[in-house]
Ligand binder design. Structure first.
Ligand code: AMP
Length: 308
């Protein structure tokens, strides 16, 4: 499906479109196409058309934009402004679950004021990892209750730097998708179950806590579900796993339109499967080579592994 033939995008994401520098035990690469919204939208696009809200600078390579154009991703709100694209530099040691941030250059994000076209009415909104003030700007522009499910992500950079703004966002979302370290930091609580309960009390009635290679916890009101990660022998670059996971979850929810606990569990499984592809190569490279049926095949393997 080409984006110029799509009339409606049920899912919208605001987040970063980035130029990353990444170092893992298996290699080092500068100028990798990354960003929370890039990974999210590419992953979600396997399930539903998705509209991307982001900003890049004049240095943003045309080839990267073409990568997004491969998929049903709406780019009307991918603004190009003068200045440099958001840049993140990170490193993974032998523990591939935790990225060490070496440098964050916000660049064009500092002046970004997202303005949604009036005719855009998404049913699902994902506030990907980005400045909570920008998350709030977009949230204020979507129409509730037409937009029936708003979900957010965040990271230590924003939890430590903009907690009050983040708490305002949290008070207005339906679900949060966050990793284990960030959940502990946000809740100021080491135990993940207690941390999730504290985070739910801040606003979102549903919380997904990602635990890297150890899978994910889903908390839905009082209900609780746990799933391992799809086990891989070779993990090449974990960057983007969290955003692709969220893309798989939200893409599947938007495709099925079912927000029941049972369907949320299935969405978590799809999220894990999509993320397992992302980490097999740098950047979006592995997602770009996914063949028809590969997600369903891996999901079937995953189901056999977890069922007893
Ligand atoms: P993850 O899925 O958690 O591995 O996210 C990886 C992506 O997050 C990278 O491609 C980065 O460009 C992006 N990123 C890193 N730091 C930030 C930040 N402070 N705000 C928004 N996006 C970020």
């Amino acid at each position: 499906m080409k984006s110029n033939t799509i009339l409606h995008y049920p899912l919208m994401v605001v987040g970063t479109v980035a130029i990353d520098s990444v170092e893992t035990p298996f290699g080092k690469k500068d100028s990798v196409f990354g960003g929370s919204a890039s990974y999210f939208s590419y992953a979600a696009s396997f399930f539903t058309p998705v509209e991307l809200i982001a900003v890049v600078g004049e240095d943003f390579p045309k080839e990267y934009r073409k990568i997004l154009e491969e998929r049903p991703i709406g780019l009307d709100h991918l603004a190009t402004v003068s200045g440099k694209t958001f840049h993140w530099k990170g490193k993974y040691g032998s523990d591939l679950n935790t990225a060490q941030t070496l440098d964050t250059q916000l660049n064009v994000l500092l002046e970004f004021k997202p303005k949604l076209k009036a005719d855009r009415e998404p049913e699902y909104l994902f506030l990907a990892n980005i400045d909570p003030e920008l998350q709030m700007d977009v949230l204020n522009q979507v129409k509730r209750p037409k937009c029936k499910f708003v979900v957010c992500d965040t990271m230590n950079f924003w939890i430590e730097g903009k907690r009050p703004q983040l708490e305002k966002v949290l008070s207005r979302v339906d679900m949060i998708v966050i990793n284990d370290g960030e959940a502990r930091l946000l809740a100021k609580e080491a135990n993940l179950i207690k941390a999730a309960r504290k985070i739910q009390a801040m606003g979102p009635s549903t919380a997904i806590i990602k635990k890297g290679e150890h899978g994910a916890f889903l908390f839905h009101g009082e209900q609780f579900f746990a799933l391992p990660a799809y086990p891989l022998e070779e993990v090449f670059d974990p960057t983007g796993a969290g955003d692709s996971f969220a893309g798989g979850v939200m893409g599947y929810l938007a495709k099925t339109g079912d927000l029941s606990f049972e369907n949320l569990k299935r969405a978590v499984a799809y999220g894990g499967v999509v993320a397992s592809f992302t980490v097999e190569n740098f950047g979006l490279e592995r997602l770009r080579t996914i063949k028809d049926g590969a997600i369903e095949n891996r999901l079937a393997d995953f189901r056999k592994l977890c069922h007893f």
